[in-house]
Design a protein around this ligand. Structure first.
Ligand code: NAD
Ligand code: TYD
Length: 336
């Protein structure tokens, strides 16, 4: 049995990754270290909570003693814990620097001391900055040019991971992925926000002209890319992951409203996000060649399936909206 540490496992991608890995790797035991910030939701893991190969540890990645205890005996780390929302980083950058930069350094340092065999850093396409409409997609050897406090803090983590490889030989692998969508995403992010607002006939705020382009990947495809990078990636290497589904925001809003049977009159163009990146696009040749990975889901099918999931799991969104999800930890774990 191999023990693997997942940080940020109560978040959107982390909870999907835990469920995915429990299914894909029957000889792995997973330790989920998560501070349960506003974005951490243990209800997203309710179905695996009692799984014999899963354990939850509530704790902050900035606390080296907590990290040491959680990482002890682990042969690998998937590091996902982060402050992840650009708009929040514009309002207050400090928590982003703390968790994304300092927290990552604590994890890297402990991984070095403990001697873990593989450290996967989950980075983002946003570290590359912004593309113009006719630019070729991002490739891994571009210099990093982040524009938001969020992406700058992720670039800090990304560069620190590279430094730990170059300086100490820590077997780090870095993935940079595009925008994810799928079940269990916190409804401050575009797609679940559209669904949640549309279902209650509230306006959908579209920043600026809505012609900003993102590349969208179904979360399960990202999870498979992370597993492949963890197992097959070359130490010190960076791998882009993307969905090959570039779309302007306004087109997504329109598609989602149509799928939900809601009118476009719900769309409201609002003041643009400061420093708003115009376009992201990913070249994924390296991951395809070296990791044998390709995204398996098509946006045209996975978006409607995602919308159906939120409609059928209205109680999940409701408990997030009401804040009830934050009580879940105390109900399930509080007495232990
Ligand atoms: P999320 O905000 O849904 O989840 C983040 C999780 O980290 C939460 O459970 C939160 O409680 C936990 N966390 C935050 N600060 C912590 C701390 N100090 N100690 C321990 N746990 C802490 O984020 P997500 O969308 O699931 O993203 C996961 C990772 O993937 C992040 O590193 C993000 O930068 C990266 N990423 C996300 C996307 C995307 O589209 N969502 C794309 C590319 C990369
Ligand atoms: P988001 O889901 O916050 O992801 P990111 O900023 O990391 O790409 O936003 C996706 C895109 O949607 C981004 O261009 C900003 C835009 N957006 C809106 O137009 N309205 C909204 O209410 C939100 C949350 C995002």
């Amino acid at each position: 049995m191999k023990r693997i540490l997942i940080t940020g496992g109560a978040g959107f991608i982390g909870s999907n990754l835990i469920r995915f890995l429990l299914g894909e790797r029957p000889d792995w035991e997973l330790v989920n270290l998560d501070a349960l910030t506003y974005a951490g939701n243990l209800q997203s893991l309710a179905d695996v909570e009692a799984h014999p190969r899963y354990r939850f540890v509530k704790g902050d990645i900035c606390d080296s003693e907590v990290v040491r205890a959680a990482m002890e005996g682990c042969s690998g780390v998937f590091h996902l814990a982060a402050e992840s929302h650009v708009d929040r980083s514009i309002l207050d950058a400090a928590p982003f620097l703390r968790t994304n930069v300092l927290g990552t350094q604590v994890l890297l340092e402990m991984a070095r001391q403990i001697g873990v065999g593989r450290f996967l850093l989950v980075s983002t396409d946003e570290v590359y900055g912004s593309l113009s409409p006719d630019d070729p997609p991002f490739h891994e050897d571009l210099p990093l040019a982040p524009n938001s406090p969020y992406s700058a803090s992720k670039a800090g983590a990304d560069l620190l991971a590279k430094a730990y490889f170059a300086t100490y030989g820590l077997p780090v692998v870095i993935t940079r992925c595009s925008n994810n969508y799928g079940p269990y995403q916190f409804p401050e992010k575009l797609i679940p926000l559209i669904i949640r607002n549309a279902l209650s006939d509230r306006i959908i705020p579209v920043y600026g002209d809505g012609m900003q382009v993102r590349d969208w990947i179904y979360v399960e495809d990202h999870c498979r890319g992370l597993l492949n990078a963890f197992e097959r990636g070359k130490p010190g290497e960076v791998y882009n992951l993307g969905g090959h589904a570039e779309m302007p925001n306004i087109a997504i809003v329109r598609q989602a409203l149509a799928a939900l049977g809601k009118p476009e009159s719900l769309i409201r163009h609002v003041t643009d996000r400061p420093g708003h990146d115009r376009r992201y696009a990913m070249a994924t040749d390296r991951a395809e060649k070296e990791l044998g990975w390709r995204p398996g889901h098509r946006f045209e099918e996975a978006l409607p399936a995602t919308i159906r999931w939120y409609v059928e799991n209205a109680d999940w969104i409701e408990s997030v909206a009401s804040g009830a999800y934050q009580e879940y930890y105390h109900r399930q774990y509080g007495k232990r």
